[in-house]
Write a protein that binds this ligand. Sequence first.
Ligand SMILES: [Zn+2]
Length: 118
Amino acid sequence: MGFKSRARKRRGDTDEDKVTSEDGDSEEYEGKIRCDIIECDNWADKKIGGRKMAYDRAVEVWGVSGVSRKVRKVSLCKPCYRAWKKEKKNEPKEWASKAMGSSGNAPTSTPVRSFDQP
Ligand SMILES: [Zn+2]
């Protein structure tokens, strides 16, 4: 009720509580931007390789429940961005296989596959 309880809530959310929960696998860097991937606890500052990415693109890899905030541009730490890139690479691209094996006489404007496969 009122601003008093609100102020109290805010005070309890300081970084002091989080000091004990460290994995120790990342360097002791203190950034300003947190990675927006829920299961990730890294910093996403540009200084250390963080990236901004459209929310929709992040959702394609982590899903709606994997991204902590619904903002137009989410922040990704370096490892997450690399993971995203890797995911995207593994995705089969229809036009890529076509370009690899074609002898050059297939017209590109005609779709080869139909969307209604059995
Ligand atoms: Zn991350």
